[in-house]
Design a binder for this molecule. Structure first.
Ligand SMILES: [Zn+2]
Length: 316
């Protein structure tokens, strides 16, 4: 497609046309690269009902009529494709993220709708690749949240009992130098958790750089483990975790500014979102980043109950 939008303004204009939305989504769905297939049974024997912008699968089964939303994060959403695509554009390209209040005001939908929509988009932004990486790896942990004095009393009590005395959540991250960041929200900084994460994500024999936390001791049985003692110095040649620290500061800037309060339960989704932007920041245009996100929306579902933990409520 050669007239694809390059800026937010062009995206708003382009996606105000329903056919442009449909054609864009069809063209960027990886499992449809050789033509549309039924998301339920995988059959190619389908017909397009142009007036309703629906496909009809010739095989008899439930959901034989399907829209472009079926099988994606947009399934069961009544919101128009124009709103979805502009929201995806904003969320993937605004450097510090975009809040549900901003989406609510910009797109004229309720804040509750916008909140749910953004959570579904975050699901699409999760890094789909889970293969082990090698080379030079920085591993580091950080604490997020816990400004207990700014919290309402009932919330403070809940959070403090749930997360130990500090009320903070621990996030573990690794950066392959020249590559990507991966993160996990963890309960404890114990040896099993920290070393388990490294062994799951990093190829044996790689160089692993950490701080002096005791839980990392023992990694040298499988890795070239180098420790930087932050009480003494921050950089010793190649040995530092500055790349990870840079990611943490970006993340905290986003969380502090754009997302006023994030429950620990939802934190991992915000981190996935920040990691997506961080991992795809170089040599990519806004338009590339957007099309990458769109190519990841299929095969993922997130119901309102799953997001909120409330069963039997629907947002939109
Ligand atoms: Zn079918």
């Amino acid at each position: 497609m050669n007239n694809e939008p390059k800026t937010l303004q062009q995206a708003i204009q382009y996606f105000s046309d329903s056919d442009n939305c449909l054609n864009y989504l069809v063209a960027h769905r990886p499992e449809w690269k050789d033509g549309v297939v039924c998301p339920t049974c995988g059959s190619k024997d389908i017909s397009f009902l142009a007036s309703r912008r629906l496909w009809q699968c010739k095989t008899r089964h439930p959901k034989a009529q399907f829209s472009v939303k079926v099988g994606t994060i947009m399934e069961d959403s009544a919101l128009g494709l124009d709103k979805w695509l502009v929201a995806i554009w904003m969320q993937t390209n605004c450097k510090n993220g975009v809040s549900s209040w901003e989406i609510h005001r910009s797109l004229g939908i309720t804040q509750k709708c916008a909140w749910h929509m953004l959570h579904r988009i975050r699901l699409a932004l999760q890094d789909p690749k889970a293969t082990k990486v090698g080379g030079q790896i920085e591993v580091d942990e950080t604490f997020i949240g816990g400004k207990a004095r700014n919290m309402h009393v009932s919330k403070r009590r809940k959070r403090i009992t749930g997360r130990g005395a500090s009320g903070k959540t621990v996030v573990l991250g690794m950066l392959q130098r020249g590559g990507k960041v991966r993160t996990a929200v963890i309960d404890e900084r114990d040896k099993d958790t920290l070393q388990g994460f490294v062994r799951e994500n990093v190829r044996r024999g790689s160089k692993v750089y950490t701080d002096e936390l005791l839980s990392y001791y023992g990694l040298d049985s499988d890795f070239a483990h180098r420790i930087i003692n932050h009480a003494e110095e921050y950089v010793r040649g190649q040995v530092h975790t500055n790349g990870m620290e840079n990611f943490w500061s970006l993340l905290k800037r986003g969380l502090g500014g754009t997302y006023v309060s994030v429950e620990p339960f939802h934190l991992f989704r915000y981190i996935d979102e920040q990691a997506f932007r961080y991992n795809n920041r170089k040599e990519m245009s806004d338009s590339d980043r957007f099309s990458l996100a769109v190519s990841q929306i299929a095969g993922k579902r997130l119901t309102y109950a799953e997001v909120t933990g409330k069963v039997g409520e629907t947002a939109f």
